[in-house]
Write a protein that binds this ligand. Sequence first.
Ligand code: ATP
Ligand code: MG
Ligand code: FE
Length: 346
Amino acid sequence: PLVLGIETSCDETGVGIVRGHTLLADALASSVDQHARFGGVVPEVASRAHLEALVPTMQRALDEAGVTLADIDAIAVTSGPGLAGALLVGVAAAKGYALAAEKPIYGVNHLAAHVAVDTLEHGPLPEPAVAMLVSGGHSSLLLVDDITAGVTPLGATIDDAAGEAFDKVARLLGLGFPGGPIIDRAAREGDPASIVFPRGLTAAKDLAAHRFDFSFSGLKTAVARWVESRERAGEPVPVNDVSASFQEAVCDVLTAKAIDACLSTGVKTLVIGGGVAANSRLRALAGERAAKHGIVVRVPRPALCTDNGAMVAALGSHLVKAGVAPSRLDLPADSAMGLTTVSVPG
Ligand code: ATP
Ligand code: MG
Ligand code: FE
C-alpha cells in the first residue's frame, strides 16, 4: 500500500510517504530554533509552527515521492502521545485531507511509530522482539509480540527520560538545545572513563523491584554536583570528559538492561528507537554487547530515530497490510495515549 504519514506531536512537522517498506519521501520542518533560547519546547510556539509548516511540508513530500493525494491508499497521523495543541494541528489536517480525498485514516501511537520505523531500513520486524524506546519524553523496554495489537511494557524510567537527561546535562554545561547531538559530539573528544558517574537502578537491592526500569535524575544531579565543585574550586570544567563520562553512564545502563530483557525473555531481536537511538555510543555499545549473546540489534539510521513523518507512514503501512480497520473520522488527539493503543479503533 501507498501510505502517507503526518507527525506533529512535538516540534517537528513531518510528512512521510512509504510504499510497503520502501520510503519514498520524508519531508520535515522543525521549529527547534524557535525553542532553543527557552531551553525546551514551548507548546504554543510549536503549535503555531506546525500550522504554518504543514501544507508546504505536505506538498514537498508529495513532490518528492512523485505522487498526488489521489494515489495514496491511506493516511496515518500521530494521534498521541505528545503536546495537545501540536497533535491537534496534525490530526485536523489529516482529517481534512482524508475527507477531501476520500481516504481511510489511521490515528496512530507516536511511540509505536518510533519502533515501526525500523522496518523501512531492515524489513519486517521479527516477532517477538524486545524494543527499547529512548526519546525526549520516554525511556522504556517493551516486549513486542504483535505490534498491531499493542506492546507489553517490561520497564520504564521512574523519573527522567534518557533524552531529557541529555538535554538537562547539556544545559548545565552551557552547551545548548537539544543536548543529545551536542553531547554526542563533545563526547568524541573526551575520556568516558575519566569520571565515574552513578548507574541508576543497577544495585542488587534495586534490581529486585526495578530490573527493567531506569532512573536518570540521580545521574543528572551527580553531574551537576561534580560541575559545581569544579567551579567552586576555580578550576575549568572539562566539558568533553564530563560529556563522555555522562554518556557512558547512560549507555551502559540502557544496553545492559536491554540485553538482560532479551536474555530473560529468550528474545533474539533488539530494536532501538526514539531520538536517543541516534546516539553513536549507544549504537556501538548495544551492537558490541548483543553480539556476545547472539542477539541481533536493529536500529534505524539517525535521521529516522528522531521525530519524522516516515515513522508514522511506516506504522500505517504495517496496519493496512495487517488488515487493521481504519480509525473513525472523529478520532481524537490524545496527548496521554498509552502504549496499549497502537491505533485508534474504528
Ligand atoms: P517522545 O518521542 O518521547 O514523545 P520526542 O518526540 O520529543 O519525545 P524524539 O524526537 O524522539 O523525542 O527525541 C528527541 C530527544 O532525543 C532529545 O532529548 C534529544 O536530545 C535526543 N537526541 C537526539 N539525538 C541524540 C544523540 N545523538 N544522542 C543522544 N540523544 C539524542
Ligand atoms: Mg524534536
Ligand atoms: Fe518522538
